[in-house]
Design a protein around this ligand. Structure first.
Ligand code: NAP
Length: 276
C-alpha cells in the first residue's frame, strides 16, 4: 500500500484523503466517522472495531456511508487508505500503529495511555509515513497547555485536576500528563509538598513530572475537563478548559488528517499544526 495519493475533490478542488477509523463504534470513533463523512475533502473508506465487525457503520454510527465495520486492522491490507485515525485503547493502538507504519499509512492518534517509550517506538516505526499523536484535539485544550507553560516560571506551586466521564479507563488523562510535562520543562523551581501525614492514601493525587500533583476525578455527566491551578504569594491563577461535547475535538482531528502528510516522522501535540 502506498502513502497519500493526490486526488482532487470535486467539491473544493483540495486533495481528498481516504480515511480509515479505528475504534469506529466507540464514543470518539462514531463522532470521527461523522466528521469525516461531513468533510468535503475526506472520504471514509474503512472502519475497524472488533466487537462490531460485519455490521454496517451507518447503523452503528448513524452516518451516511456504505462502509462495513472490519474486525482487525489487517483487514485493510487491500484497501487504499491515506490516513488512519485511532481512538481505541493503548494496547490496541500500539498494534494498529505498527500496521499503519508497515503499510505506509499516515496515522492520527487520539488514544491516550501511550507512554514516552511508546512514542519513541513510533519514531522508529514511522519512516515511510507520518504520525500525529495528540492527547487532546480540542483547540481550547491545546491553548490551555500553552498558557500553563507560559505561566509556569511565575509561580512556585501548581496542581492539575482533570475531570472526566465515568467510563474513562485510564488515569490520569493524557492531557494532564502532557500539561505536567510542559510545565516541568518550562520550570523546575517548584516548592516541596508540605504534607507530612497522609491520612488517606492518594489524598495528594498522583505525582507527575517535577513532582507536580495530578488529581483525577471520574464522574457521571462529565465529558472532559481540566484545571491547572497555579499559586504564589498572595495570588492564584486558574486555567480551566471544558469540553462539553465530543464534537469539540473534530476540528483538531480533521486538521491533523489533512496536515499529517506534510509533517514527517512523529509529531506530538497540535501546536506545530496550529503554528503555536
Ligand atoms: P470507547 O468508547 O471505549 O471506544 C473505543 C473503541 O475502540 C471501542 O469501541 C473498542 O471496542 C474499540 N477497540 C478496541 N480495540 C480495538 C482494535 N484493536 N481496533 C479497533 N477498535 C478497537 O472510548 P472513547 O471514549 O471513544 O475513547 C477512545 C480513546 O480516545 C481513549 O483512549 C480516550 O482517552 C481517547 N480520547 C482522546 C481524545 C483526544 O482529544 N486525544 C479525546 C477523547 C478521548 P470494544 O469496546 O468493543 O472493545
Amino acid at each position: 500500500m502506498t502513502p497519500t495519493k493526490k486526488r482532487r475533490s470535486g467539491k473544493t478542488g483540495a486533495v481528498t484523503r481516504r480515511v480509515a477509523v479505528m475504534g469506529a463504534a466507540g464514543r470518539m470513533g462514531r463522532t470521527v466517522c461523522a466528521a469525516v463523512v461531513g468533510d468535503p475533502d475526506c472520504e471514509l473508506v474503512a472502519a475497524v472495531d472488533p466487537h462490531h465487525s460485519g455490521l454496517d457503520l451507518s447503523s452503528v454510527a448513524g452516518v451516511d456511508t456504505d462502509v462495513e465495520i472490519a474486525a482487525d486492522v489487517r483487514s485493510l491490507d487491500d484497501v487504499a487508505v491515506d490516513v488512519a485515525v485511532d481512538f481505541t485503547e493503548a494496547a490496541a493502538a500500539r498494534d494498529n500503529l505498527r500496521w499503519c507504519a508497515s503499510a505506509g499509512v499516515h496515522a492520527v492518534v487520539g488514544t491516550t495511555g501511550l507512554s514516552e517509550d511508546d512514542v519513541d517506538d513510533l519514531r522508529s516505526l514511522f519512516t515511510t509515513s507520518n504520525c500525529v499523536v495528540a492527547p487532546n484535539f480540542a483547540i481550547g485544550a491545546v491553548l490551555m497547555m500553552r498558557f500553563a507553560e507560559l505561566a509556569a516560571r511565575y509561580f512556585e506551586t501548581v496542581e492539575i485536576i482533570e475531570l472526566h466521564h465515568d467510563a474513562k479507563v485510564d488515569a490520569p488523562s493524557g492531557t494532564a500528563v502532557a500539561t505536567a510535562q510542559r510545565i516541568a520543562a518550562a520550570s523546575q523551581d517548584w516548592a516541596a509538598d508540605p504534607t507530612e501525614d497522609t491520612v488517606l492514601e492518594g489524598a495528594r493525587g498522583g505525582t507527575g513530572p517535577a513532582g507536580i500533583p495530578i488529581h483525577a476525578v471520574r464522574l457521571r455527566g462529565l465529558v472532559a475537563h481540566q484545571e491547572v491551578l497555579f499559586g504564589t504569594t498572595g495570588q492564584t491563577l486558574l486555567i480551566r478548559h471544558d469540553t462539553t461535547d465530543r464534537t469539540s475535538f473534530m476540528p483538531g482531528v480533521l486538521l491533523a488528517v489533512k496536515a499529517v502528510g506534510d509533517h514527517p516522522g512523529v509529531t506530538v501535540g497540535l501546536d506545530a499544526l496550529l503554528g503555536l
